[in-house]
Ligand binder design. Structure first.
Ligand SMILES: NC(=O)c1ccc[n+]([C@@H]2O[C@H](COP(=O)([O-])OP(=O)(O)OC[C@H]3O[C@@H](n4cnc5c(N)ncnc54)[C@H](O)[C@@H]3O)[C@@H](O)[C@H]2O)c1
Length: 332
């Protein structure tokens, strides 16, 4: 099977490409490198010993998308490409709506024309907004609280309408919780520029002394120690969920949470990072960030039942692998 992976040079996409190649899928990547580096392609080849076809195209350019389909004729598409920074989406909503929606519409239109029917979409737990109870299952009401999350919900709605109009489409929506960690090789991982939005990249930048201190946003949440609780999942467990989605025998429009089902507080994660990496992370409590919620973790029962999804890595692996990647790549 030939799989087109959009955003395949990015954090989750690159790990998924490795899994796909290891399972003998043929892979074509389209990525405009707006948030990734071309070196990732060589690293993927180094890890897998396999070739991958790469197009540096912007998916908002429909003619380019068509060129890829005309040349490659993929059987399936895994659509990771998109802008993902919540804070930036509040500052630049039009950029987020344009990039995330136009790229997806172009892809779906060209898929329809070329009769490619299998589509796996990267959605997010942010579509649930502030949940009324925990754990969150796929039937919970959806009410994102920022433009980034709204693009995800809008795309989910577009996919539902498309499926309604043409049920030969086979669509899987995966709602990710909080991916962290990195590939064991130390070659693939996440290393955002500037002050990161997310906790693990922030901790790692304090560990490498790029940032002086970890700001912990809020210590009066209604949680075990007052700090925010999230469902951290190793990126390699998350990426393999996409292979399982392709192998799934159920056809139609399916939605799955991908998380571990366990909540971890900010302090629990920082303390684990210190312990396994034997390093001190200076932290200070600062005011809550607007829009942050107390706690969020998944029910992954449906993914377990229907996809045979399982999490092989624990919090220790996540902390070790995140730091290992950044130490390996610190001067690149
Ligand atoms: N990382 C997370 O915490 C998280 C959580 C939930 C959902 N997601 C979603 O998963 C997907 C992948 O996330 P990631 O963390 O790997 O992000 P990432 O930024 O590392 O990867 C996204 C890739 O898409 C590319 N891209 C963006 N717009 C493009 C366009 N118009 N044309 C071609 N390429 C384009 C970027 O260059 C980048 O390589 C995104 O859709 C994101 O919203 C991520």
């Amino acid at each position: 099977m030939k799989v087109l992976v959009t955003g395949g040079c990015g954090y989750i996409g690159s790990h998924t490409v490795v899994d796909l190649l290891n399972e003998d899928y043929e892979v074509v990547i389209v990525d405009n490198l707006s948030n990734s580096k071309i070196e990732v392609i060589d690293k993927i080849k180094k890890i897998t010993g396999k070739e991958v076809t790469f197009y540096q195209y912007d998916l908002c350019d429909k003619e380019k998308v068509e060129i890829v389909f005309a040349r490659e004729n993929p059987d399936a598409v895994i659509h990771f490409a998109g802008l993902k920074a919540v804070g930036e989406s509040v500052q630049k909503p039009l950029l987020y709506y344009e990039n995330n929606l136009i790229s997806t519409l172009n892809l779906l239109e060209i898929m329809q024309k070329y009769k490619a029917r299998k589509f796996v979409f990267s959605s997010s737990a942010t579509v649930y907004g502030k949940p009324a109870s925990l754990p969150i299952d796929e039937t919970f009401p959806l009410s994102p609280t920022n433009p980034y999350g709204t693009t995800k919900l809008m795309i989910e709605n577009i996919l539902a309408d498309l499926y309604q109009s043409d049920n030969s489409f086979d669509i899987t929506i995966l709602r990710y919780f909080n991916p962290i960690g990195a590939h064991k090789s130390g070659l693939l991982g996440e290393d955002p520029n500037g002050i990161p939005n997310n906790l693990m990249p922030y901790i790692v930048k304090v560990a490498t002394k790029e940032l002086p201190v970890l700001n912990v946003f809020g210590n009066d949440y209604d949680t075990v120690d007052g700090t925010g609780v999230r469902d951290y999942i190793h990126v390699c467990d998350l990426s393999y969920g996409h292979v399982l989605a392709l192998k799934n025998k159920r056809v139609g429009l399916k939605i799955y949470n991908l998380g571990t089902g366990m909540g971890t507080s900010v302090l629990e994660l920082v303390n684990m990072f210190e312990k396994v990496n034997n390093i001190k992370i200076d932290r200070q409590f600062v005011a809550r960030r607007e829009g942050d919620i107390d706690a969020c973790y998944a029910s992954n029962a449906k993914a377990k039942e229907e996809l045979n999804f399982e999490c092989k890595y624990n919090l220790e692996d996540m902390c070790l692998d995140s730091y290992n990647y950044v130490k390996n790549n610190i001067n690149q």
